[in-house]
Write a protein that binds this ligand. Structure first.
Ligand SMILES: [Zn+2]
Length: 84
């Protein structure tokens, strides 16, 4: 369920914690970074508009995958450097 539906009466700058992350009611509405529906909730960790805990989880998954990829690339670069 979206934050807008969970907290319809939240005032601007209300902070809501969930799953060790938090989200803030912004004074403007923008499309959710993940699914594109309009939301006025800004994710605290990424400073990006996220409409629901489900979309926040997807964002974290993307972030974690990006980190794993970067670590992999860094370690393969190190191997190349060692070969020279
Ligand atoms: Zn969304």
């Amino acid at each position: 369920m979206t934050f807008d539906k969970q907290y319809p009466d939240a005032e601007t700058l209300t902070q809501v914690e969930f799953d060790g992350d938090f989200t803030i009611k912004a004074g403007e509405s923008k499309p959710c970074y993940i699914c594109g529906i309009t939301t006025s909730w800004l994710n605290g960790s990424f400073q990006t508009f996220i409409c629901s805990p489900e979309c926040a989880n997807k964002l974290w998954n993307e972030y974690n995958e990006a980190c794993i990829e970067r670590e992999y690339q860094e370690s393969s670069n190190e191997e190349k450097a060692n070969e020279q």
